[in-house]
Design a protein around this ligand. Structure first.
Ligand code: TRP
Length: 329
């Protein structure tokens, strides 16, 4: 075993291809070599989604059904719900004492969120502390590495700074984790923008073959290729990008036929839809099983959260000892 890994996902419901290639695919591979903890970070979801919480429970279960069906194995990895492991919150509080406000105010990820979600004066105290909570998630397991996408790297840097600050203020308690970037192939949404549920340009890994087909048919291709007999430019075509990922074998053939006006976009899309649906078929079958056995999924999460607490409680004892707040009388 190479060490400990923690990673988390906000419960957004059914996962799309961007989530799959941005994280899940990597997690599945890492469980063979590392002691992995994967968290449903529901408190992080509240930092921006505090007004609409009615879908939280459903979003948690749908997301974790995707995890399990895709190959996250609870025999190998510990699956937990952040809010079921209250030590994350206690450590977050303690870390918030030692984190300079200026570190949080300059965080580019939070600035971006404030802009994208148009939060401004409505930005909550919790959102400012988002990276501190994330640091608590990671440091409490003494994780050696954190697999995340590039967009999260400022958060991981803050986690390291907070960990180092604690260690130097008190005692060496925390392992300083490494950033482990996911090797993500670029997968865009059906409109050519970044794939995202809120932009409604997502293809979910659980989508039926019919839905996959409809979504792929709606994709924008090379605007200069209108008829079959027009020569195409695969390098600017989202459909071709998908072939790159899902149809490596036929790629040279497709590229050549597109360029030579021997392959029309409709046929090209139909072919892609068939290949993508087929590659997700066994996933869909496993998913059906969990959909019909939801209690099993809750059992995994409840058991995992209890398992996680054994580790988090031990770390918290160390933390309090180091801070000399472990008084009992
Ligand atoms: N911020 C992460 C995201 O949006 C989710 C997250 C929360 C996380 N805590 C974490 C990821 C700890 C890695 C480790 O994707």
């Amino acid at each position: 075993m190479k060490g400990v890994i923690f990673s988390g996902m906000r419960p957004t419901g059914k996962l799309h291809l961007g989530n799959y290639f941005g994280a899940l695919d990597n997690w599945i591979k890492l469980q063979e070599e590392y002691r992995c903890f994967f968290g449903v970070v529901d408190w992080h979801a509240l930092t921006t989604g505090f007004e609409s919480t009615e879908m939280m429970k459903e979003n948690i279960i749908e997301m974790v059904i995707d995890w399990l069906s895709a190959g996250i194995d609870p025999e190998k990895s510990t699956l937990l719900i952040q809010s079921h492991v209250p030590e994350h919150a206690e450590l977050h509080l303690l870390l918030s004492m030692i984190t300079p406000l200026s570190w949080l105010e300059r965080n580019p990820v939070v600035k971006e969120q404030v802009r994208d979600l148009d939060l401004k004066e409505n930005m909550g105290y919790g959102l400012l502390g988002y990276p501190v909570l994330m640091a608590a998630d990671i440091l409490i397991y003494n994780a050696n590495a954190v697999p995340v996408g590039e967009d999260q790297s400022p958060h991981i840097e803050l986690t390291r700074e907070i960990g180092r600050r604690f260690n130097s203020l008190y005692h060496n308690v925390f392992v300083i984790p490494e950033l482990k970037l996911s090797p993500t192939p670029k997968i865009l949404g059906t409109d050519g923008r970044k794939m995202s549920k809120s932009l409604k340009n997502n293809i979910n890994i659980s989508d039926s073959p019919e839905i996959i087909k409809t979504k792929i048919m709606s994709m924008i291709t090379d605007p200069e290729k209108i008829r079959l007999t027009d020569k195409g430019h695969p390098e600017i075509c989202v459909v071709f990008d998908y072939h790159r990922i899902f149809n490596k074998k036929e790629l040279p053939k497709i590229e050549q036929k597109c360029r030579n006006a021997q392959l029309g976009c409709v046929a090209c899309k139909n072919h892609l839809a068939a290949i993508l649906s087929k590659s997700l078929q066994s996933f869909r079958e496993k998913r059906k099983y969990y959909e019909n056995n939801r209690q099993l999924v809750w059992d995994v999460l409840n058991k995992g959260s209890q398992e996680a607490r054994k580790v988090t409680q031990t770390t918290l004892v160390e933390v309090k000892k180091a801070m000399r707040i472990d008084y009992v009388q």
